[in-house]
Design a protein around this ligand. Structure first.
Ligand SMILES: [Zn+2]
Length: 440
C-alpha cells in the first residue's frame, strides 16, 4: 500500500514536471565536433528519462543475476556441510562400534568435505588411532595441538594418549604439561604430569600439582607422602624439619610423618620437643613404629627407669600398641607382674595378633627360667603364636600389595600416599584417560 502510494506520488511528480516543461518552449543543443543535434526541451527530457529507466532496469537485472549465483553457491556449500556432518556422525558411530577402518574412511571424507577444522582433525586423529595408523593419528593430533582457534588441548590429549599407549611416559607428560598451560584444571593432564614428577623425584613439582587437602584424607596422605619424600632428600635439617611438620599437619593419622619429626628433633638434641611430638603422634597414629621410638629412650638409661617412663607414657596416651611396648619394657626390666598387667591391657585394647603370644611366651621363659612350668607355658604360647593372625602390615589402597615398610610411593604400583597400616585394601580406581566422547 505504502509502496503503491509512493509510485503514484512519483508518477504525479513526473506528470507535473512534464507539464511544466511542455509549458516552457525551448530547445536543447548537443554539439560534438561537427555534429550538432537540436531537440525540443520536452524530447530531450523524455530521452533522459528513458535512458535513466534503461540503466535502472540493467542494474536490477545484474543484481538478480548476482543473487542467483550467490544462492547457488550457498546451496552447494550447505549441501557439502550436510554431507560433511553425515560423515562426522558416521565416523563417530564407527568409532563407538570399534570399527577403526570405517571410522577412518568417514573421517577422511569429512575432512575432504569440511576441510581441516578442529573437529575433523580430532576425529581423524582418533579414527586413525582406532585403525592402527599411529603416524597418521599423530599428524592429526599434532596439527590440532598447533591450532589457535580452539581444540589445542584435545590435540595434546590425543598425543598424550598415543604416548601412554606406547609406554613413552616422558612424552605423555610433555603433552600433559602443554595442555595444562592452556587448561590448568584438566584432570587427566594433572594426573600424567603428577606421575611424571614423582618418577623424576621432583617432589615440589608434584606438590604443586596436588590440590589442597580441604578435609579430604586421601589428598592429605598424598601431600604428606610427598613432603616426607622431599624431607628425606633435603640436606638442610631446618628445611627438612619444616617439611616434616607440614606432613604431620597434612596427615595427622600418618605415623611415619610423626616418626620422622621425632627422629629429626632427637637428632637436633631437642629432646623435650621430640617427646611432646612423640606423645602427639601416639595419640593421633598409634603405630608400632612410634611405640618403638618411645622404647628407644636415651643411651645408658637403666632398664627399670625406662620401664617406668614407657609405662607412664602408655598410661597417658593409651592404646594397644603402647601397652605392648610397656609390656616389653617391663619384661626387659624383669618386672614380671607389671609385664603381665600391660599384656592384659594390650589384649583388652584389641590386640590379638602373633606379637601378643610371642611376648607371653618370652615372659613365661624368663619368669620361670629353667623350670618345667617355663617350658610347658612357653610351648603353649608359641603354639598360640603360630596359629594367631600375623601383625598388620602396610598395604596399598591402589593395588592391594602389602609392604613391610612405609614408603612415600607404593613399591608395587608407584601410587603416592596410598599405604595404610593394617587396612583391608579396597581397590581405588587406577588412573586412565577417560573418553571425551563415548568410543573415543
Ligand atoms: Zn600399590
Amino acid at each position: 500500500m505504502r509502496r503503491a502510494l509512493a509510485v503514484l506520488f512519483v508518477l504525479a511528480l513526473a506528470a507535473a514536471a512534464a507539464l511544466w516543461i511542455a509549458d516552457r518552449p525551448g530547445t536543447v543543443m548537443l554539439a560534438v565536433a561537427d555534429l550538432a543535434i537540436e531537440a525540443p526541451l520536452w524530447l530531450a527530457g523524455l530521452a533522459l528519462a528513458l535512458t535513466l529507466l534503461a540503466v535502472a532496469v540493467l542494474v536490477w537485472l545484474l543484481a538478480r543475476l548476482r543473487g542467483w549465483f550467490e544462492r547457488r553457491r550457498l546451496a552447494k556449500a550447505l549441501r557439502r556441510r550436510d554431507e560433511g556432518d553425515a560423515a562426522v556422525i558416521a565416523a563417530l558411530e564407527a568409532l563407538a562400534a570399534g570399527d577403526g577402518p570405517g571410522a577412518l574412511k568417514n573421517g577422511r571424507k569429512a575432512r575432504r568435505l569440511l576441510g581441516d577444522t578442529p573437529l575433523t582433525l580430532l576425529l581423524n586423529g582418533h579414527a586413525a588411532r582406532a585403525a592402527g595408523e599411529i603416524e597418521a593419528a599423530e599428524r592429526s593430533f599434532r596439527s590440532l595441538a598447533a591450532r589457535r582457534d580452539g581444540g589445542a588441548t584435545l590435540g595434546h590429549r590425543g598425543l598424550a594418549q598415543l604416548a601412554v599407549e606406547r609406554g613413552a611416559e616422558g612424552e605423555a607428560a610433555e603433552a600433559a604439561r602443554a595442555a595444562l598451560a592452556l587448561r590448568p584444571e584438566a584432570g587427566w593432564a594433572q594426573s600424567l604430569a603428577f606421575a611424571d614428577s614423582v618418577r623424576r623425584h621432583d617432589w615440589q613439582g608434584a606438590l604443586r600439582l596436588l590440590p589442597e587437602a580441604r578435609g579430604d584424607a586421601a589428598v592429605g596422605f598424598r601431600r604428606a607422602a610427598l613432603l616426607l619424600a622431599a624431607a628425606r632428600e633435603e640436606t638442610d635439617p631446618i628445611a627438612a624439619q619444616r617439611l616434616e611438620e607440614e606432613a604431620v599437619a597434612a596427615a595427622p593419622g600418618l605415623a611415619p610423618a610423626h616418626a620422622a619429626l621425632v627422629r629429626r628433633l632427637r637428632a637436633a638434641g631437642r629432646i623435650r620437643h621430640a617427646e611432646r611430638a612423640l606423645e602427639r603422634g601416639l595419640a593421633a597414629a598409634p603405630h608400632p613404629m612410634l611405640a618403638s621410638l618411645a622404647l628407644e629412650g636415651t643411651p645408658g638409661e637403666p632398664k627399670v627407669a625406662r620401664a617406668r617412663r614407657v609405662a607412664s607414657l602408655a598410661g597417658h596416651v593409651g592404646g594397644a600398641e603402647m601397652a605392648l611396648v610397656a609390656a616389653r619394657a617391663a619384661l626387659e626390666a624383669e618386672l614380671w607382674s607389671e609385664a603381665r598387667r600391660w599384656i592384659e591391657r594390650a589384649r583388652a585394647a584389641g590386640l590379638e595378633d602373633r606379637r601378643l603370644h610371642v611376648v607371653l611366651a618370652e615372659l613365661a621363659e624368663r619368669e620361670f627360667a629353667g623350670t618345667d612350668r617355663a617350658r610347658s607355658e612357653a610351648e603353649a604360647h608359641w603354639r598360640d603364636a603360630a596359629s594367631a593372625p600375623a601383625e598388620p602390615a602396610w598395604s596399598c589402597t591402589s593395588c592391594a600389595a602389602s609392604q613391610p615398610e612405609w614408603t612415600p610411593a607404593c613399591t608395587n604400583c608407584g601410587a603416592v600416599g596410598t599405604l595404610r597400616w593394617g587396612e583391608a585394601a579396597g581397590l581405588a580406581p587406577r588412573f586412565g584417560l577417560p573418553a571425551p566422547i563415548p568410543g573415543l
